[in-house]
Design a protein around this ligand. Sequence first.
Ligand SMILES: Nc1nc2c(ncn2[C@@H]2O[C@H](COP(=O)(O)OP(=O)(O)OP(=O)(O)O)[C@@H](O)[C@H]2O)c(=O)[nH]1
Ligand SMILES: [Zn+2]
Length: 184
Amino acid sequence: MNTKLTELYQQILLDIGEDPQRNGLLDTPQRAAKAMRFLTQGYEQQLDDIVNDAVFDSDTDEMVIVQNIELYSMCEHHMLPFIGQCHIAYLPRGKVLGLSKFARIVDMYARRLQIQENLTKQIAEAVQQVTGAAGVAVIVEAKHMCMMMRGVEKQNSKMKSSVMLGTFRKDVKTRNEFLMLLGR
Ligand SMILES: Nc1nc2c(ncn2[C@@H]2O[C@H](COP(=O)(O)OP(=O)(O)OP(=O)(O)O)[C@@H](O)[C@H]2O)c(=O)[nH]1
Ligand SMILES: [Zn+2]
């Protein structure tokens, strides 16, 4: 498969002083292109397809939390990975979302070039949109390779970002209940 992206990776190898013809690198441009397509496949996905009508009627209005969803994204400044976890809570209002769909929503937005703040907001707004919930809370905690492998080279710092919508934003008690259930 000789796509444009494959050719560009060949060029990168030359540019960094490598020999794309040496044995170990022969298939590398193609592999790297395939990996990059995978890591950015979120651009080709739509929320409706991801959710696939897995929104079910329910009369519960109690808080639901999906915790520790792994997250692999890439920062839009350096195109280096940031890796962490996402926690999502919502207050259903007549509808609940299929459990796996929270992880699919996280992946859809994570597999794009992102900054963590925007990623957090996009996940929260998507959950709000598909569930019509009374409130949505999202926390993302992640380590950024651009801060670890290069730049300031800090190995232990972690970024935490949160977005609170609806009741989670307006009502301190609800927010505190969420944080308590998360173990914060
Ligand atoms: N707020 C935010 N900043 C991020 C995120 N990912 C990377 N950054 C930051 O984006 C900034 C880009 O800063 P620049 O000064 O333009 O780039 P740089 O010279 O490579 O910066 P250094 O990383 O400080 O070496 C850096 O401070 C990064 O740490 C993110 O998800 N959110
Ligand atoms: Zn970065």
